[in-house]
Design a protein around this ligand. Structure first.
Ligand SMILES: NC(=O)c1ccc[n+]([C@@H]2O[C@H](COP(=O)([O-])OP(=O)(O)OC[C@H]3O[C@@H](n4cnc5c(N)ncnc54)[C@H](O)[C@@H]3O)[C@@H](O)[C@H]2O)c1
Length: 458
């Protein structure tokens, strides 16, 4: 199948949300492209052509046809205002036509190029209304994975593809990596059966600095997704939530009935999104699963994917990223904040869930999702591990004696957080298998070592 990669655009979940990471091609654009080609052929000798096609958001998609002589028509200069140029046409800019010799030869060339254009476009999945992605097919579940270029979303997409789900990824690449998208298959014009909504900005520290961004990106965009799902009759939602919605509960372990009192904008934005989903689900027959993850670590055991946050996010980063950066020598060492908590060794305790187990929970949730029902589940191992334990496991996994500085507590950190996963064990028949920190970290380390600059190392 021929892909028109130059027309593939990453898509953002914002107000004008359109479903699918599209091959952005429709009939209008196709006609424009053909007309553009014809004009270019008719004027092949002695002129330069920049065809400015516009997509449906009216943003130009530009490409150069040929450059053999000055860019501008001879009857105007660059300083002339656009409005008085002699050649505007809606959606396409072209210079004044001039009679040229060899018109028959050029016409033939135009016909050949147009035929070539039709041939390619007809094979583009985005062009054909009958693409398999545009129709529901009995026995095939088509899942929209938002945030599919991100750490967890890319692992989920890979697993869904392995399990023969039909997958479409939407990601604005603000945080994710195009390299991650490339391992998945991207298709256009979709008839989704389900949405896994991973897309989000997801750093607690950053959320305190940019709260509005977090409410917009998490809460408002979840609303947009729900509206799109309602409009397109998509009936199943698997939502990525977080233990940060619980805040600082007094009692451990955390069950799904533990009161939610988030203490930072990230947790609050996710809680609001959950509330919107719950309110909406009362009035619809949507099947909803809300998964509240604990601290996610690990990567694909086959080494195809890993966690590669943008370098600029390092300061907000997660402990595993910091350990690997220290082991790779990217940062001089680790800074562990707080050694006087009322825990066994004085450092904070967290519940680390491996991403492979996490995506397994998603597949099980998708499988068990029922119309008119909302399932809310903690996804954790049920075991708390201290930061010191984590660092020791990381030293063993990497074989590097990482330098550690022990500092004062960081404001806003809570001493101990770990899950009670018995509800998901019981109802979805899900259990965490990767419960050895060192094993999960060794798998990640293999990928990190091969990709010291993330996906750009490929
Ligand atoms: N990593 C964890 O430990 C953890 C814990 C609890 C919950 N979660 C949740 O899991 C989900 C995935 O997290 P992650 O760790 O993979 O983060 P990530 O940053 O690696 O991935 C998020 C992806 O969403 C994309 N995205 C963000 N805003 C978007 C938008 N408006 N439109 C389209 N794409 C957009 C980003 O480009 C990125 O690829 C998030 O919802 C996060 O809140 C993560």
């Amino acid at each position: 199948m021929i892909r028109l990669d130059f027309l593939v655009r990453p898509i953002s979940i914002e107000k004008n949300f359109s479903v699918g990471l599209h091959i952005e091609m429709n009939l209008g654009l196709f006609i424009e492209l053909c007309v553009c080609l014809c004009y270019s052929c008719l004027d092949l000798v002695g002129s330069w052509r920049l065809c400015s096609l516009r997509n449906r958001n009216r943003k130009p998609l530009c490409f150069t046809m040929k450059e053999t002589s000055p860019m501008l028509p001879s009857n105007r200069n660059r300083n002339q205002p656009r409005a008085v140029r002699p050649w505007p046409l809606a959606g396409m800019d072209y210079p004044d036509t001039r009679r040229k010799p060899h018109i028959i030869g050029k016409l033939i060339m135009a016909v050949i190029l147009t035929a070539f254009c039709i041939l390619i476009l007809k094979q583009s999945p985005g062009f054909m209304a009958t693409s398999v992605f545009s129709q529901h097919e009995p026995g095939v579940t088509h899942v929209l994975v938002t945030g599919g270029a991100g750490y967890i979303g890319s692992h989920a997409a890979l697993r869904l593809l392995k399990d023969s789900y039909r997958v479409t990824i939407v990601d604005n690449l603000s945080r994710g990596n195009l390299g991650a998208i490339k391992v998945n298959r991207i298709f256009a014009e979709n008839a989704f059966d389900a949405v896994m909504h991973f897309a989000a900005v997801a750093y607690v520290g950053e959320s305190t600095l940019e709260p509005l961004r977090y409410y917009h990106n998490i809460t408002a965009n979840t609303l947009v997704i729900l509206e799109a799902m309602a409009a397109h009759g998509v009936k199943t939602l698997i939502y990525s939530s977080t233990c940060a919605t619980y805040g600082e509960p007094e009692k451990m372990p955390i069950t799904e009935l533990t009161p939610q009192n988030p203490i930072n904008p990230y947790g609050k934005a996710k809680k609001m999104a959950e509330d919107i989903i719950l309110d909406f689900s009362k009035k619809s027959d949507m099947a909803v699963m809300i998964l509240r993850y604990f601290n996610v670590i690990g990567s694909d055991p086959e080494g195809r994917l890993g966690e590669a946050p943008r370098p600029e996010l390092r300061e907000h980063g997660r402990i595993s990223g910091a350990c690997f950066d220290a082991a790779l020598g990217i940062i001089p060492g680790l800074k562990v904040k707080g050694t006087d908590y009322t825990t066994s060794d004085g450092t904070c305790i967290r519940d680390y869930i491996d991403v492979t187990d996490l995506v397994d929970a998603h597949v099980k949730a998708l499988d068990k999702a029922m119309p008119n029902k909302v399932g809310i589940y903690n996804v954790g191992t049920g075991k708390g591990r201290s930061v010191k334990e984590f660092v020791e496991a990381c030293k063993k996994a990497t074989g590097v004696n990482i330098k550690v500085d022990y500092l004062e507590r960081r404001p806003g950190d809570y001493a101990e957080v770990y899950s009670d996963p018995s509800k998901i064990n019981r109802e979805l028949n899900w259990t965490a298998h990767y419960t050895k920190l060192e094993e999960s970290l060794s798998i990640s380390w293999r990928w990190q070592k091969l990709h010291p600059s993330g996906y750009s190392s490929q």
